[in-house]
Design a protein around this ligand. Structure first.
Ligand SMILES: *Cc1c(COP(=O)(O)O)cnc(C)c1O
Length: 447
């Protein structure tokens, strides 16, 4: 195709989009001003515009493409499975990919998680965990245990139960009065044990009689702006929850699959939660979620039919998604993805340490293959801590500059971050980190 033909194709896509497409997490007026990347193809760490311009994908496409885009083994697993069986319900039937994946997932998960319940995506993995916890206590004769404790600034997805757990005020406000009320704990200190963390433990103890579960994003609150807390806090929280007969739900939709170093962030703390939610990198080609449970939880649903978990998504455990997820696990084994992740983590840590003293940078932090920098807000642009990760404008300045330099670095408001594919090579990673460094320093120099 000539450049001119490609240009016309691009224009018509953008025109149709502007006329009819409603984008997630996007303000309509901003969108009309934006010149979007019109993605035609993607491979490895790169996404490519219809016009041929290439961009390094700095956030693995919303934290999904942990193995890079269109990993050839994943694409061929999808192709193979689609020749045999694309879809069948998972009631009265089973199939090889779902049965094997359930076995393989529980084998790599923290010891004690023995059952996999499949859902459509991360939100529904959390939704299922909430309903499992409620029904579990009701069937143990403790129906008063029907509340949840969640953290300030938490993000657990979009369905009503998942959004009820969410603690980012900006996202809750439109649905005020409809979302259920959680016991809300303050953000634990980043450095370690402190007053906020004590308050959290006290809330677990004092509300234990009415709490079904504590729900946390282990170690990293991604959507809040990559806020981090120490593993010791997670293990202490798990202990106090157990002592008080409160379930621990770990939402590893973001942190799972090597993002923080080990396969799951809970491993940093040696914790086995009662329920573990997975999505995103579980299946980078198609939507798929999973809620892993202990045998004790599963046993709570035995007995007559009315005690069954009467909940299920139409596409639960669909053959295509589960076949791809099996291949994900095989790639983690065969290609030593976690070992590669450790080298990526070292480079990210070095780059963000260098950024700490850059003008306009307030703080940086890293864990595994996540690096984040909080930028000082523009004059007059101060927002509350729980809103800055969306309303802050500084990060968008970095975003625009980075785009010109060939990197896609979507910010969380005033927080800029990288969470690249764990398969990115050294040259591409260094290039990504150099672009970030340059753009942050330029943005800082503008203030
Ligand atoms: C993205 C995310 C979700 C929601 O997953 P979806 O697939 O978007 O429904 C839930 N929890 C966490 C921690 C997430 O990062």
């Amino acid at each position: 195709m000539t450049r001119e033909v490609r240009g016309r194709a691009r224009e018509s896509i953008v025109a149709l989009d502007r006329a009819h497409l409603w984008h997630p997490y996007t303000a309509a007026d901003d969108w009309e001003r934006e010149d979007p990347i019109v993605v035609a193809r993607a491979r490895g760490a790169w996404i490519e515009d219809v016009d041929g311009t290439r961009y390094l994908d700095g956030n693995s496409s919303w934290w999904v493409s942990a193995l890079g885009h269109n990993h050839p083994r994943l694409v061929s697993a999808l192709r193979r499975q689609s020749d045999a069986l694309c879809h069948v319900a998972l009631a009265g039937t089973t199939h090889e990919p779902a049965a094997h994946l359930a076995r393989e997932l529980t084998a790599v998960a923290p010891a004690g998680l023995t059952r996999a319940f499949f859902t459509d995506d991360g939100s529904t993995a959390v939704e299922a965990a909430v309903k499992m916890a409620l029904q579990y206590f009701r069937q143990r004769g403790m129906p008063e245990k029907r509340r949840f404790l969640a953290l300030d600034g938490a993000f657990h997805g979009e369905t009503l139960a998942a959004a009820s757990l969410g603690g980012i005020e900006l996202f809750r406000r439109p649905f005020g009065g409809v979302l259920f009320d959680c016991v809300r704990a303050p953000l634990p200190e980043e450095g370690g044990h402190g007053r906020a963390f004590d308050a959290l433990l006290d809330l677990v103890r004092s509300h234990a009689h009415e709490l079904a579960a504590v729900v946390v994003e282990p170690l990293v609150q991604g959507a809040l702006g990559m806020r981090m807390y120490a593993p010791a806090l997670l293990s202490e929280l798990a202990r106090v929850a157990r002592e008080n007969d409160v379930l621990l739900v770990a939402d590893e939709v973001f942190t799972g699959f090597g993002r923080t170093g080990p396969m799951f962030a809970c491993e940093h703390a040696g914790v086995t939660p009662d329920l573990l939610c997975l999505g995103k990198a579980l299946c980078p080609l198609l939507p798929l979620g999973a809620t892993l449970a202990t045998e004790a939880i599963y046993d709570g649903f035995r007995g007559d039919r009315s005690r069954a978990f009467l909940y299920g998504h139409t596409f639960a455990g669909n053959p295509l998604g589960t076949a791809v997820a099996r291949e994900v696990l095989a790639i983690f084994r065969d290609e030593r993805v976690l070992e590669r992740g450790a080298e990526i983590a070292r480079r990210i840590a070095r780059a963000f340490t260098d950024l700490t003293s850059a003008p306009g940078v307030r703080a940086t932090r890293t864990l595994g293959c996540i690096g984040a920098a909080d930028l000082a807000p523009a004059a007059g642009g101060e927002t509350g801590m729980l809103e800055s990760s969306y309303l802050g404008a500084r990060g968008w300045t970095v975003y625009e500059l980075a785009k010109e330099m060939g990197a896609y670095l979507r910010p969380l408001g005033d927080t800029v971050y990288v969470c690249p594919p764990l398969t990115i090579d050294d040259d591409d990673l260094d290039r990504l980190l150099a672009i970030l460094d340059t753009c942050v320093r330029r943005t800082g120099a503008m203030s």
